[in-house]
Ligand binder design. Structure first.
Ligand SMILES: Cc1cc2nc3c(=O)[nH]c(=O)nc-3n(C[C@H](O)[C@H](O)[C@H](O)COP(=O)(O)OP(=O)(O)OC[C@H]3O[C@@H](n4cnc5c(N)ncnc54)[C@H](O)[C@@H]3O)c2cc1C
Length: 478
């Protein structure tokens, strides 16, 4: 804690309820009505009408989990009051922003601290200040009005908190870096109720950990300040091939995508649904003619696509296209519980992932395509990295995978994990064990090294310094 934080904490103490709780009170039943009275925001308890909706995450697979309460915090002081409450009552606590945790680790049986009411997005002098509960579609939309943006993910309803704290891979990452690479400061309420502003000069270790160390570990973030980039017209493209070209597509794509110009980002999908499909899509920060020239060697390596689409549009609309919302308004491009007009659906899925540090061998390509072709309803998705992501040192932020060429996700419909475990196990021989904490995977036993590599010991030291009592606990907690 530096002097400025000490003074700030002293000023905030009466407001934030930092008064220590006598041990005797800890054994009595939690005073939920008392917590409700202390909050500016709203506390939803099991007997309340809104409880069914309040406890839902993005993935219905976790609908059976029943929190003791869901606090829609409106201010950092609300968050601090919640933390005081859980400490006093020794309750489990979980932070929640967009609710997209793959493992459902933004809900639990204790108190859920939901930050979605702190969702403002403002812009001044090249910096965006974003409330911890903002959804990506709103971040893109509000910043687009200023002709700027931040590099972030493609899913519109993902929360900025989970995304940024774990890294943040997106459709312009090769040009502008991960979301966490543009994070200049984060305001976070730590386990002891202090509101800290962390940047390169203040709590630098915590600031470092908040750039890739993963949500739910170090405190409850309440806002982020990002460096923005100017937007420009963008060409979105989608090419399809018949399944017979799947191996050729993976082989050509992995040699092309990670070393393309930074302006070009792409993703390759091998999809098994009713039929089998090979798709390469992406974004290019430039015009169609230049994109065609860049696509030419890829197409030459695979063969003529069965369909080809490319269109140049505004940056904001390109983000809507990549979000699957090209024909929806921003208000509609939400889940029904997020906006009145929200038209998107929740999705029951399970996933596992790898990060590829080297290209797949011919045998690796064959194994990937054979795995994708197996019966079921699933997609194997390869997302290009490299470019600006690779120009940051592996220990400069907590996200260590700077040398990865691309991400590999195995994504299946429903809750079954048999296909996922099979293909993931088969591909370990070809891809190793690196994984991305934002695709958090409850199956992993070697998760510390998989997510954090050589950064794991420093993360553990930050955890010990800022949450020595492990108030924030995850099954795969730092
Ligand atoms: C459909 C879909 C598409 C995705 N697309 C991308 C993508 O393009 N790029 C990418 O990089 N990732 C992507 N992801 C993964 C996504 O980044 C992670 O799931 C991320 O953790 C979700 O953040 P959230 O706030 O929505 O989730 P939540 O479930 O709310 O939170 C995730 C974790 O962060 C913690 N947390 C939440 N809020 C806070 C807070 N304020 N302070 C501290 N901890 C907090 C939670 O406790 C939990 O452990 C996608 C996920 C899904 C389901």
């Amino acid at each position: 804690m530096d002097r400025r934080d000490f003074l700030r904490a002293a000023t905030l103490a009466p407001v934030l309820g930092l008064v220590s709780v006598p041990p005797a009170l800890a054994s009595s039943a939690p005073d939920w009505p008392g917590l409700r009275r202390r909050l500016t925001g709203k506390l939803v308890l099991p007997a309340d009408a809104g409880y069914g909706a309040a406890r839902r995450l993005f993935n219905p697979a976790f609908d059976g989990i029943r929190p003791g309460g869901v606090a829609y915090c409106a201010t950092p002081a609300d968050v601090s009051a919640c933390l005081s409450f859980v400490r006093a009552n020794r309750l489990p606590v979980t932070a929640r922003s967009g609710g997209h945790s793959y493992a459902g680790w933004s809900t639990g049986t204790g108190l859920v601290i939901d930050v979605s009411r702190m969702n403002s997005v403002s812009y001044a002098a090249g910096r965006a200040t974003v409330g911890a509960g903002a959804k990506l579609v709103d971040v893109y939309d509000k910043l687009a009005r200023h002709g700027v943006s931040i590099p972030a993910g493609s899913c519109p309803t993902v929360g900025v908190s989970g995304l940024a704290l774990g890294g943040g891979i997106g459709v312009v990452s090769r040009k502008y870096g991960l979301t966490c690479d543009t994070l200049e400061s984060v305001r976070i309420v730590t386990a002891d109720g202090r509101l800290l502003t962390c940047d390169a000069d203040h709590h630098p270790d915590l600031y470092w950990a908040c750039r890739g160390g993963g949500g739910g570990n170090f405190g409850v973030a309440v806002s982020f300040t990002f460096r923005t980039h100017q937007t420009r017209d963008t060409t979105v493209f989608f090419l399809h091939w018949p399944w017979a070209k799947a191996e050729a597509a993976v082989k050509a794509w992995q040699s092309w995508a990670p070393t393309a110009p930074d302006e070009l980002w792409s993703t390759l999908h091998l999809t098994r649904n009713n039929g089998l499909d090979v798709q390469i899509g992406g974004t290019y920060l430039g015009g169609k003619a230049a994109l065609d020239r860049l696509l030419a060697p890829l197409v030459a390596g695979i063969g003529r696509p069965s369909s080809r689409y490319a269109s140049t549009t505004s940056y904001g609309h390109a983000m809507m296209v990549m979000a699957g919302c090209s024909s929806l308004s921003v208000a509609q491009c939400h889940l029904p519980g997020q906006t009145a007009a929200g038209r998107l659906s929740r999705d029951t899925f399970a996933a596992k992932s790898h990060l590829a540090y080297q290209k797949l061998s011919a045998a690796g390509v064959r194994a990937l395509v054979a795995g994708a072709a197996q019966a079921g309803e699933h997609t194997v998705q390869l997302d290009a990295l490299g470019g600006a992501v690779a120009r940051v040192r592996p220990d400069a932020t907590a996200f260590p995978h700077r040398a990865a060429l691309f991400g590999v996700q195995y994504y299946s419909k429903g809750t079954g994990r048999a296909w996922l475990r099979g293909i993931h196990g088969d591909m370990r021989a070809h891809l190793g064990d690196h994984a991305y904490v934002n695709y958090i995977d409850p199956d992993l036993t070697d998760w510390r090294s998989a997510y954090y590599g050589a950064n794991a010991p420093r993360l553990a030291a930050v955890k010990a310094a800022y949450d020595p009592g492990r108030v924030f606990h995850l099954p795969q907690g730092v």
